[in-house]
Design a protein around this ligand. Structure first.
Ligand code: PLP
Length: 381
């Protein structure tokens, strides 16, 4: 990892994350003309870099939108109103997938997953068989519960049933390996502000040949998120609408940072930080929330001890240590604590965070040892 000046606050949340200095510098440069040669070079370079991260030869389109825009684009370009789909409701983001599909008129069969668990491929197979769905929508890394699903196994079931595979990899892509081509993923959506270490504002979508075939038939309404239009523009080195040119400059910079570290090293660092975080949290006397077989490498969810007010804890950690961690969302509010270790994050950052949590837990009436937790984290990382 490059040495960067310490940001004013250390972001240990699952997006936005800390941004490397080279990307911050790119954001501060004068914008460039988006219909010129310089932009065409930049777009080609970013697209190629994203193809490396997505592990795909498919087209990858870059949208000026947050991750949800990329997810919506994947859905509306592959489906028509009335189409039957299966959506895996693995948490807040799985629910949103189902919601987007339903809003645009799909007939959604939901597979509900207990919070903290991953979906079993058998559940997916049964739902696909029962519904005769033409597409499967699911989350790679369910950020709301700290669970990473078995994308390869789930996609294999979908392919066996002839369903298009639509994956929300907004939080995990770039931090946890995704073999888009190797696993036969048709539409994969991601976003800029997590493992890609950028501010929010860019969405990425890869589309397979089967995805483009589906796009020809898809009748869900779309204008800004028309992927065939984006593909046609890309061939000319452009985007259909005015893109966030500075974010593309910053994307080129972060891709350089990622490739300089090496993607295998990036994945290994995330896995190591996750092991360390889990060990540290357990050493603080906290219970891990996610099924250990599916615990995420980019965000660790911890069950809140009954005596601790999670809001008070996150507030104290932020105000006294300048470290941002977060609680649960929706029905998990107050029930879990989430510590992310994604993007530009080092063991030092994590140890600082663990010590801060330990200190504030103790102040709130949960005695624990910061040093024991830091030692456990270092031992496991
Ligand atoms: N999907 C997942 C798995 C996410 O973690 C998030 C954001 O945290 C989103 C979708 C939504 O992305 P955005 O907030 O960038 O629209």
């Amino acid at each position: 990892m490059p040495a960067d000046p310490a940001p004013t606050e250390l972001l240990m949340i699952p997006g936005p994350t800390n941004v490397p200095a080279s990307a911050l510098a790119a954001l501060g440069r004068p914008p460039i003309y988006h219909r010129g040669e310089e932009f065409a070079r930049l777009l080609a370079s970013c697209t190629e870099g994203l193809q490396r991260v997505f592990q795909t030869r498919n087209d990858v389109l870059i949208l000026t939108a947050s991750g949800t825009g990329a997810v919506e684009a994947a859905i509306v370009n592959s489906l028509s109103p009335g189409d039957r789909v299966v959506a895996v409701r693995s948490g807040k983001f799985g629910e949103r997938l189902a919601e987007i599909a339903a809003i645009f008129g799909a007939e959604v069969t939901s597979v509900d997953v207990e919070a903290g668990k991953a979906v079993e491929p058998e559940q997916v197979r049964a739902a696909l068989l029962r519904s005769g769905a033409k597409a499967l929508l699911f989350i790679q890394n369910e950020t709301s519960t700290g669970v990473c699903q078995d994308v390869a196994a789930i996609a294999a079931v979908a392919r066996e049933q002839g369903a298009l595979v639509v994956v929300d990899a907004v939080s995990g892509m770039g931090g946890i390996p995704v073999q888009t081509d190797g696993w036969g993923l048709d539409l994969v959506a991601s976003g800029s502000q997590k493992a890609f270490m950028l501010p929010p504002g860019l969405g990425f979508v890869s589309v397979s040949e089967a995805g483009w075939e589906a796009a020809k038939r898809a009748r869900m309404p779309r204008l800004y998120f028309d992927l065939p239009a984006a593909r046609a523009s890309l061939a000319k080195g452009q985007t259909p609408f005015t893109p966030n040119v500075n974010m593309l400059m910053a994307l080129e910079a972060v891709l350089e940072v990622m490739f300089a570290e090496g993607m295998e090293a990036v994945y290994a660092r995330h896995a190591s930080l996750a092991r360390a975080c889990r060990a540290g949290m357990e050493a603080l006397g906290l219970s891990l929330f996610a099924d250990p077989r599916h615990a995420s490498d980019i965000v660790t969810a911890v069950a809140a001890p009954p005596e601790i007010d999670i809001k008070a804890l996150t507030k104290a950690v932020r105000s006294r240590h300048r470290i941002v961690i977060t609680g649960g969302q929706g029905e998990l509010q107050g029930k879990i604590l989430r510590v992310a270790h994604v993007g530009m994050c080092t063991m030092e950052d994590l140890l600082r965070t663990i010590r801060a949590i330990a200190e504030e837990l103790a102040a709130l009436g949960h005695p624990c040892s910061a040093e024991a937790a830091a030692l456990a984290a270092m031992g496991a990382g």
